[in-house]
Design a binder for this molecule. Structure first.
Ligand code: SF4
Length: 431
């Protein structure tokens, strides 16, 4: 298929499938039209939605069950039409430019954001019970048969890779609890186009797997450690494991040369340790990432526990003053990177709530039960695994991904709204 034809087909299918949806979105966060509509836009989850077995998605938009007639735009204002036209044109040229350069039709949403990063949750279970992640009463996970098999993960990863995903991060629950994790990594690594595989782990049982995972091709490891005080660690995780995790961080640094250490900052729990973490970067090649506390289903988020990144930076400034240097961030970095002059490691802030990075978002997520989640903070989901299990082709799956991505919002709903919106508990998403 010639480039221009394939771009046109992909683009037209997307446009027709969700014209109404797009008119409910606006890239201008202060847009009053959007604000008024936000109140009426349904956030209905589509968990488990899959193609009915009798419906085949065809090449023509009119054959699609998602097709909506163009009349719906007639009553929309001229400004909205112009905005949409400009966005469509931007998307079209971005798809064309990338396809000509790479030979792949990229996953582009209606805000022209190109998605090349897939986060895959491998399990819904965890050996910790951190209050910001696991609801107090635990979670009702899916049955084992609902969760993706290794084979299904590989098929889906291959579909994403064909559409330009080149970076995968394995999450959970706790991903190191997944049986034969190293075998899965080795298989993912063989997929054409995947050149970076990372994992985010709590580190408790990482030590005994580290060599095997590295040999399988694991490129990067992020380890969560919210406190440097063993007693607090036990209070947060409900597990006696501080030493094991600390050793795993050291072992990872030794094996990989550096390690990312994730710290969720919670007022009343660890704000007095921010400078200790920064001191730890003096002789260790740690990249400490201070993550703003985020509201998720059933977690213990409260406004007064939230500490924005500028306040975190001020706390650190009190100790380090003008020794702090701002580093250059890469285009899709979620962290604002800093360093103390003379320190081996660095630190940064993931300001998801107070200064979000949605405008450069390049990520999508697969939950352990095979649902695609195009945004961490939206409860809209669509099952990719159901489509496979009902005999759908890989092309069917691609079309489901395209349509879901096209509905991705410009940004999350913000700190005022999110605590009141439904979403999965973090342990069932993977962060
Ligand atoms: S909130 Fe959603 S849009 Fe924003 S960065 Fe996260 S996943 Fe992307």
């Amino acid at each position: 298929m010639r480039v221009s034809q394939s771009v046109a087909r992909t683009f037209q299918t997307l446009c027709n499938a969700s014209a109404r949806q797009q008119l409910q979105q606006c890239s201008n966060r202060r847009c009053s039209v959007q604000a008024a509509r936000k109140k009426t836009v349904s956030e209905t989850p589509i968990i488990g939605t899959s193609l009915p077995p009798t419906i085949q998605l065809g090449d023509s938009p009119q054959q699609s069950p998602f097709y909506e007639t163009p009349e719906i735009i007639i009553n929309e204002t001229r400004i909205q039409e112009q905005t949409m036209a400009a966005r469509r044109s931007e998307v079209r040229s971005k798809i064309r430019e990338i396809e000509e350069r790479t030979g792949k039709i990229p996953l582009v949403d209606s805000f022209a954001r190109v998605h090349n990063y897939l986060r895959i949750s491998l399990t819904e279970t965890c050996n910790f019970s951190c209050s910001y992640c696991m609801p107090a009463g635990g979670v009702d996970g899916h049955s084992k048969s609902d969760l993706m098999t290794n084979e299904e993960i590989i098929v889906l990863a291959r579909v994403f890779a064909r559409r330009g995903i080149n970076k995968i991060r394995l999450t959970g629950g706790e991903p190191t609890l997944r049986k034969d994790l190293h075998k899965l990594i080795a298989e993912l690594k063989k997929i054409d186009g995947i050149d970076d595989i990372g994992i985010t782990t709590n580190g408790l049982i990482l030590g005994r797997q580290l060599d095997q995972l590295k040999a399988a091709g694991l490129d990067k490891i992020n380890i969560s450690l919210d406190t440097l005080i063993p007693r607090r660690f036990e209070q947060m995780t409900k597990v006696f494991g501080f030493e094991k995790v600390f050793k795993a961080i050291d072992a990872t640094e030794a094996a990989y040369g550096r390690v990312k250490v994730n710290v969720v900052v919670i007022r009343g729990f660890n704000t007095d340790e921010l400078t200790s973490f920064v001191h730890a970067t003096k002789n260790r090649n740690w990249d400490v990432r201070f993550i703003e506390f985020m509201p998720f289903g059933g977690n213990d988020f409260k406004d007064d526990k939230f500490v924005g990144y500028s306040e975190q930076l001020e706390i650190i400034r009190k100790d380090f003053g003008n020794q702090i240097v701002r580093l250059q961030d890469s285009p899709n970095d979620t962290s604002k990177a800093y360093k103390i002059i003379g320190h081996r490691g660095q630190f940064g802030f993931i300001s998801s709530m107070s200064d979000n990075f949605c405008s450069t978002c390049n990520r999508v997520r697969l939950t352990a039960n095979g649902n695609l989640k195009v945004c961490l903070h939206s409860n809209a989901e669509v099952s990719l695994v159901d489509a496979l299990r009902r005999g759908g082709t890989e092309r069917n799956v691609e079309e489901i991904i395209e349509k879901a991505l096209w509905k991705k919002k410009a940004e999350h709903a913000g700190l005022e709204m999110l605590p009141h919106m439904e979403n999965r508990p973090m342990v069932l998403i993977g962060g």
